[in-house]
Design a protein around this ligand. Structure first.
Ligand code: SF4
Length: 401
């Protein structure tokens, strides 16, 4: 394990007017959240980068009060709930010894998404936490509880020190992408088509990350377009592993001899950023689609959509062609909320998720898997649709997840 390029997302939750916005200002050392004496000042979640000693950069997400009411208030509470799947950890803010239905429901929701948390009894300068309240909290959770206020600047370190042990290391320590797949001095061949969907003048993130990872393994990286693949193989240099863009799976699998391990960037990312075992199971749903079935495409960022787009154009076309069924597609991009009724979908198709953390992807997909909906990712689906699923997942068979 090495690397530190992920930013854990830490949500701040609690009732209105408990100083959540002051807390975010204290932790970030800046006035980023609007602070006022009027309850309900925060509407949409506010994000701010902070540096946590020993962890590195993190994103604090300030949310509206969990006790907001009225039509607008209900919408704000809904927005707050939508943040939950995107979090790696949380601060549950309470004060005045009030620990009731709102806090208990919030804790249930955090548990549901496996989001670890610390409870802050705020405004400790005005009222101390009572033994009775702590007893009530302990009936619900064993999470750390600390007394805090936003007047004493020393509280910043106190909160951070309490928070550090609960943030899962997977939220900020990056495992090597190709761990267990390659070894030092191996030649690794990356096949990266430059098509209409390729960004102008640069490589896409999964390709850059794979290249860097090969170098981190002290291995040798060769990168070609699919049009030069045969030329490279004619040199007689035998790659230990070929990783291709999944869109070129069909062609590349024909060119690369069967005894050379082949996989795809999206397959590598399925292990790195997703639930590999669930994706393996969910992919076969593609063989059992019916007319009128709906598939939900999840793109983890709002990228520029081209006429050649993989999620919106190519995958729907390949799936309809493969299944010979009239399948419908919905697309959700970035942090946009998922449809309320996920059970209407036969399958959820997740992108490679290069811009988000593994926990964010797993939390988001959990809402579908909880409803019994099959999930997979682009790379596995494309491999399956092109008849090479077994081949491109084989390099992972020996790895004990
Ligand atoms: S996060 Fe998903 S949609 Fe965005 S660039 Fe990465 S793979 Fe594509």
């Amino acid at each position: 394990m090495k690397g530190k390029d992920l930013k854990p997302h830490i949500g701040i939750f609690g009732r209105r007017n408990l100083g959540k916005s002051s807390l975010i200002n204290l932790l970030s050392g800046q006035d980023v959240a609007i602070v006022s004496e009027q309850a309900g000042t925060t509407t949409d979640p506010v994000k701010k980068s902070v540096e946590i000693f020993g962890i590195g950069p993190a994103i604090l997400v300030d949310t509206a009060g969990i006790d907001d009411h009225g039509d607008l208030g209900a919408k704000r509470v809904e927005r707050t709930k939508q943040v939950l799947p995107t979090l790696d950890a949380a601060l549950v803010v309470m004060a005045h010894n009030s620990f009731d239905t709102e806090e208990i429901e919030l804790i249930e929701q955090l548990n549901n998404f496996s989001v670890p948390y610390v409870i802050l009894h705020q405004k400790s300068d005005l009222e101390e936490l009572q033994t009775e309240t702590l007893k009530k909290i302990r009936e619900v959770t064993e999470a750390p509880v600390i007394e805090t206020n936003t007047i004493d600047l020393a509280m910043r370190n106190k909160i951070i020190e309490a928070l550090k042990p609960v943030i899962p290391t997977t939220a900020f320590v990056k495992p090597l992408l190709l761990e267990g797949l390659i070894k030092p001095k191996d030649v690794v061949l990356l096949v990266t088509p430059i098509d209409l969907a390729a960004p102008e003048g640069r490589m896409i993130l999964p390709q850059v990350m794979a290249l860097r990872d090969v170098l981190d393994h002290d291995a040798i990286c060769v990168t070609v377009k699919e049009t030069e693949l045969e030329d490279f193989l004619k040199t007689g240099i035998r790659p230990a592993l070929v990783i291709t863009d999944s869109q070129a799976f069909g062609l590349v699998s024909q060119i690369v001899p069967k005894d050379i391990p082949l996989t795809g960037f999206s397959i590598v990312f399925a292990r790195f950023k997703g639930d590999f075992a669930n994706f393996m199971k969910g992919t076969v749903k593609l063989s059992h689609l019916n007319d009128g079935d709906k598939i939900l495409i999840l793109e983890s960022c709002t990228h520029q959509v081209t006429c050649d787009d993989i999620g919106r154009v190519k995958l729907p076309h390949w799936i309809r062609e493969f299944s010979k069924k009239n399948v419908e597609f919905d697309v959700v991009s970035g942090n946009a909320p998922l449809p309320q009724d996920l059970s209407q979908y036969a399958l959820v198709l997740q992108c490679g998720g290069c811009m988000v953390t593994r926990k964010q992807i797993i939390n988001r997909l959990k809402m579908a898997t909880d409803k019994g909906v099959a999930v997979t990712n682009y790379g596995m689906a494309i491999a399956y649709l092109h008849g090479i699923f077994d081949r491109v997942t084989a390099p992972f068979a020996h790895i004990n997840e």
